[in-house]
Design a protein around this ligand. Structure first.
Ligand SMILES: [Zn+2]
Length: 223
């Protein structure tokens, strides 16, 4: 496999002090521990949750006996990419994405691909609207899973509705339960703003022993 650099696109949001955090999760910080001026070399202290920024969820995020991030084979995270582009639908805040919205891509759903839902919500990163993202129905997640998909990615904070300020969250964590419960992986906060016709994706996490998720530097390229 060779990667043509001219087709590479970064699918990661920048981790900075403005990174949008799932309600209740640890805040992110990256602060100087030593500096070149004072110590002769620069080192930073990172403080973050395992689900900060563009990241993946391991099955153990919801299921104690599920695979942890260090147990997921890299081969399942460097994989052909299938994008379901919903941007022309002009999805509304907190709109449910149903099976009928994505059924047209069903022939491309298989165990050999990462399926990524493109809602257009990357454009709202950094704004309050980012939390009011569209979300997948549990039923649609089950149908995706039935077709063999084991890696599901979204350009939103979660594939489930995000309960924020007491609003929303009726189906709970239905999509997480279906995908992670079956041993699959979920990628969240993908930045799909620059995605064109790339057909491969890499979602490589840190090798964190026993952990339930990890930030990733997600990227895609055209094979
Ligand atoms: Zn997560």
């Amino acid at each position: 496999m060779t990667i043509n650099p001219s087709t590479l696109v970064d699918l990661s949001h920048k981790l900075d002090s403005n990174v949008q955090i799932y309600p209740g999760d640890p805040l992110f910080s990256c602060t100087p521990h030593t500096t070149v001026a004072k110590d002769g070399y620069s080192v930073h202290t990172l403080t973050l949750g395992s689900h900060t920024g563009t990241h993946i969820d391991a099955p153990s995020h919801f299921f104690p006996d599920g695979q942890t991030i260090d147990q997921i084979p890299l081969s399942s995270l460097i994989t052909p990419l299938v994008v379901v582009d919903l941007t022309s639908r002009e999805l509304q805040d907190r709109q449910t994405i149903t099976w009928s919205d994505i059924e047209g891509a069903s022939e491309h759903m298989s165990p050999d691909v990462a399926l990524v839902l493109r809602t257009g919500w990357s454009a709202f990163w950094g704004t309050p609207r980012y939390f009011s993202h569209p979300f997948l129905s549990r039923d649609a997640a089950a149908k995706i899973f039935d077709r063999g998909v084991r890696v599901l990615g979204v350009d939103t904070l979660s594939p489930d509705e995000t309960s924020y300020d007491g609003v929303g969250g009726e189906q709970g964590f239905g999509v997480h339960e279906v995908i992670l419960g079956g041993g699959g992986i979920i990628a969240e906060n993908l930045n799909l703003g620059g995605l064109m016709n790339q057909n491969m994706i890499a979602l490589v996490p840190l090798n964190l022993e026993g952990c339930d998720g990890s930030p990733v530097r997600a990227f895609a390229w055209k094979d």
